[in-house]
Design a protein around this ligand. Structure first.
Ligand code: URA
Length: 266
């Protein structure tokens, strides 16, 4: 049955179906793309095709990673690192993002905060933590006498994962050399990791935040002169949805303030 749908009906239907971002200017009909050639493969040839493809895939991933490491290592200031990322096309997330979300704050900060990834408002503005979770983060920082001038904020990935999904390990692996270089160039005293997936990338810790929080870890990279004192907190986005954890977040903030004071940084 053919219905007469208004533009508003069509848009509503898109939203109900989960289409909330436009990626290309022109629609692309994937059904018209050439179908895969059908071949009859026996078990052995399937196994060898899969093994060839896996080897080729890991060789390509290694080249991409090597390339990211070289580009990141070439940056000798935070500004140069941002420019290197603006020109970097290796991470697939760049293709679906509107803007690079590099970081915000002072490159001389003694505290760096690293989150899980930009959301929709960060993607639109090109700045980290500007949406509702950013507003909560600003209040959390203010509660211990800090603000965006005194810290540096960034994420484990520099482009928004579509639909706010968790970034894949390939995406985080390709951004990690730039995050590590950022840490080396800022050389802070304290690193605050916001959220479980950020903890996994930064500290290789796979436990949940409830298990990881409230402690200090050593964060190292090959070129940091000494390990940075790192701690893990619930991400502000998680706290907005689960305010019951705000009490623990407050204890974590006090622990960070004590560390800050004991290092003579206030
Ligand atoms: N949450 C994050 O982890 N990072 C942002 O930039 C915004 C929200």
């Amino acid at each position: 049955m053919k219905e007469n749908l208004s533009m508003a009906d069509v848009l509503r239907w898109y939203l109900d179906s989960g289409v909330e971002e436009t990626i290309c200017d022109v629609p692309q009909n994937r059904l018209n793309e050439p179908a895969l050639k059908e071949e009859t493969l026996d078990q052995n040839s399937i196994a060898s095709t899969v093994s060839d493809a896996t080897q080729q895939f890991s060789a390509e991933a290694e080249i991409l990673l090597h390339n990211a490491c070289e580009i990141a290592a070439g940056a000798s200031s935070v500004e140069e690192l941002k420019n290197a990322l603006l020109n970097y096309g290796g991470c697939p997330l760049k293709k679906t993002a509107t803007n690079l979300v590099f970081g915000d704050g002072s490159p001389k900060a003694k505290i760096v905060l690293i989150g899980e990834g930009p959301g929709a408002e960060e993607d639109r503005s090109g700045l980290p933590f500007v949406g509702p979770s950013g507003q909560l983060l600003d209040k959390m920082l203010a509660s211990i006498g800090l603000d965006r001038e005194k810290v540096f904020l960034s994420n484990i990935v520099f482009w928004r994962p579509p639909g706010n999904r968790t970034p894949t390990s390939q995406e985080t692996n390709l951004c990690m050399p730039f995050v590590e270089r950022l840490m080396e160039l800022i050389d802070p005293e304290i690193l605050v990791i916001l959220g479980g997936s950020a903890a996994k990338s930064m500290l290789a810790e796979t436990a949940g935040v409830s298990r990881l929080r409230g402690k200090w870890y050593n964060y190292s990279t090959p070129n940091l002169s000494r390990p940075v004192q790192a701690t893990v907190m619930f991400s502000p986005g998680y706290l907005l949805n689960s305010p019951v954890h705000k009490r623990e977040a407050w204890q974590d903030l006090l622990m960070i303030r004590n560390k800050f004071e004991s290092l003579g940084l206030n």
